[in-house]
Design a protein around this ligand. Structure first.
Ligand SMILES: [Zn+2]
Length: 426
């Protein structure tokens, strides 16, 4: 396929986008790059930089009551719901320069490119830096997009971080207003479309040598705590034949989960399952482990398949442990539902990539994103770009400048197309 089927229309300035990525990366805690934790002075520095960049781009800048930084570019018809582009500028501790930041800065680059080409959209365009997408010190993630969805209540506002600050105080610290949270709420239908570009945080695109993937949805996540009870005994005095070693039983469960999750894949359903948290009691070199607590986590876009995996596929493994004389207690921790990206938006994003010579594969997002909450306000779509070796949430996180530019260009092309939809042409 020709790479030059369509070169008309507004063009992204990849060098300018890269310059912004470098400038924002410089705003990090110096001793542990790349760290810009939400609700910290460094976060506010990043926010001040972004607000100024939004202003220079001619955007109307405000911080809503939910602590989201919004840059608004008016459209021809401001009674229409806005096209929203964005992501988050906060990072995990010692995180990367691209996770989240790329989505905010590519959105800004889209706005600037539209300005330069003197394109007036039908809809207003909003560039949003959502507050605290990463798990914050308050023990909550996606705080700003939760505010849009009306999912912050008095209980969440009272959550405290280790130094005693409440989330309500944290919102005020970043320029939000916990008393006026209702004003940040965006009802269903208030977003024409939400688009986000994000690094993949895995190796699928890099392995395939592709610069863009189109996200079909954000997976459902099921977590449950499993306690296996055996018998604590002296590790020297207790013969092998008389033991009920809970860790040996737990190990059989770990291998069963891995084996059965591998077997569950294919036939259009992808599923991952992990036992990543483990507590052994008494956890002593000279004691036969008596109790093991572990957390089983499984993720899939297919909620029914996810439930069937945990309740049916794993049933023989659980039964085998109980048959071995062990106590087994399973306690649900959480179930986060899957978020579907809009089918129409998915095809617009794929077509936008195709017109730039890229056959973008469809792929689920195994990680959570602000789109989970923004989807309650309107249709959402996401694109992924490759990151080196799939590394993310680490200082080594890296995306190629050319791939960042392609992602921003696909966003821009999709915005132009989606702006025409659902709107009678003048
Ligand atoms: Zn992110």
């Amino acid at each position: 396929m020709s790479r030059r089927r369509r070169v008309t229309g507004p063009q992204i300035d990849g060098g300018r986008l890269w310059g912004d990525l470098e400038a924002l990366a410089a705003l990090t805690e110096p001793d542990r790059p790349w760290t810009r934790r939400s609700f910290t002075p460094m976060f506010l520095k990043g926010r001040a930089w972004l607000a100024e960049a939004f202003r220079v781009a001619g955007l109307e800048v405000s911080t809503d009551a939910g602590g989201n930084l919004v840059g608004r570019r008016p459209g021809r018809n401001n009674n229409l719901p806005p096209v929203v582009l964005g992501s988050h500028s906060d990072t995990v501790p010692s995180g990367g320069r691209f996770d989240g930041v790329l989505g905010v800065l590519s959105a800004l680059e889209v706005a600037r490119s539209l300005n330069e080409a003197q394109v007036e959209l039908n809809h207003a365009l909003e560039v949003v830096d959502f507050l605290a997408e990463e798990p914050s010190e308050f023990g909550l993630s996606c705080i700003g997009s939760r505010a849009w969805a009306g999912a912050l209540d008095d209980e969440t506002l009272a959550m405290t971080r280790p130094d005693g600050m409440t989330l309500a105080e944290g919102l005020r610290y970043v320029g939000g207003d916990p008393e006026r949270l209702a004003s940040a709420r965006r009802p269903a239908g208030s977003t024409h479309v939400y688009l986000e570009a994000h690094i993949e945080q895995a190796r699928v695109l890099e392995s395939a040598g592709l610069p863009v993937g189109v996200v079909t949805g954000i997976v459902a996540i099921l977590r449950e705590k499993i306690t296996i009870c055996g018998q604590t005994d002296h590790a020297g005095a207790t013969p092998m034949a008389l033991r009920r070693d809970a860790l040996v039983a737990a190990a059989s469960l770990v291998t069963a989960v891995d084996r059965l999750a591998r077997a569950a894949n294919g036939k259009g359903t992808e599923l991952v399952a992990t036992i990543g948290a483990f507590d052994v009691h008494p956890n002593a070199a000279n004691a036969v482990p008596g109790t093991v607590e572990l957390v089983l986590e499984a993720r899939s876009e297919d909620e029914a398949r996810l439930q069937a995996f945990v309740n049916n596929d794993l049933a023989p493994a659980f039964a085998q442990i109980e048959a071995g004389g062990f106590g087994l207690v399973r306690k649900p921790i959480s179930f986060a539902r899957a978020t579907r990206c809009d089918a129409g938006v998915i095809s617009v994003l794929q077509e936008a990539a195709r017109l730039r010579g890229i056959e973008a594969p469809l792929m689920p997002s195994g990680a959570g994103h602000d789109g989970v909450f923004v989807s309650r306000t309107g249709p959402v779509g996401m694109i992924f770009l490759p990151c080196r070796a799939g590394l993310s949430h680490t200082p080594e996180e890296w995306a190629e400048p050319g791939d960042c530019a392609i992602a921003a260009q696909v966003l821009l092309d999709a915005v132009l197309r989606l702006d025409q939809e659902g709107t009678p042409r003048a």
